[in-house]
Design a protein. Sequence first.
Length: 278
Amino acid sequence: MSKITRDQITGMNFHYKHYPLEYFLDAMVRYECKNIELWGASPHFYVDELTLQDMKNIKREIDRRNLSVVCFTPEQCVYPINLAAKEESIRERSIQYFIKSAEAAKELEAPLLLVTPGWGYENEDRHEAWKRTRDSLERLSTVAGELGLTLALEPLTRVESNIINDAKSLKAMLEEVNSPFLKGMIDTIPMALANEDFNDYFSLLKDEIVHIHFIDGKPEGHLVWGDGVLPLQKYIDQLGQHGYQGALTLEYTSYQYVQNPDEEMERTLDVLSGVLAD
């Protein structure tokens, strides 16, 4: 059994989106987060708007603060990105977006690129959408391998996707794609909504889990720890028992946090200080 440490707590810029990117980076230094997960969206880092020089300039600002990007997460859960799209033009555009995002992750020296399964129409055979996602992930895994990256595949809530919502479906997709450059990750909200916990994921997937979004919920929502009902101490104990050593990202996507993001970081770190090892 290992201890979950403060260094594993990873900041993310989503709830800083109403502030400049530099403000977020300075805050991460202030709160002693050595690692960050960069959410790729406007105005901070939207790949379709940035030149290579823009990316290099942003990487320089990250390096200047001695921060490391552990995962690049391009915005993909809202229009118009969908790896499972029935329309070939939409699916191809989505694949090209992820290829560009993989190139950006390489520039950021991020080892992980987060991908989600997309969604199929509710009135079509789910397996048809499943196959489209699988085909898309096979293509992207090849690109990831060429760039020296790993894709971290994230299950979504049933409202967001009808393809991968739990540990069993995640395992099935990883087995079908069967690439060393595609691994699994966990978000505590879809996990809780599926009535699962970390034991369910790690017993099925073991070292195939490479990344975690670590947030509170009711169980829905992406909430600051203490604002929801999820069992923090139980989760920390389970992660320690399974020897998880990766990042635990504070992905706060609820709009209630965008006005005072520093305050939410402080509340989070205060709660976590009671359960983390030094």
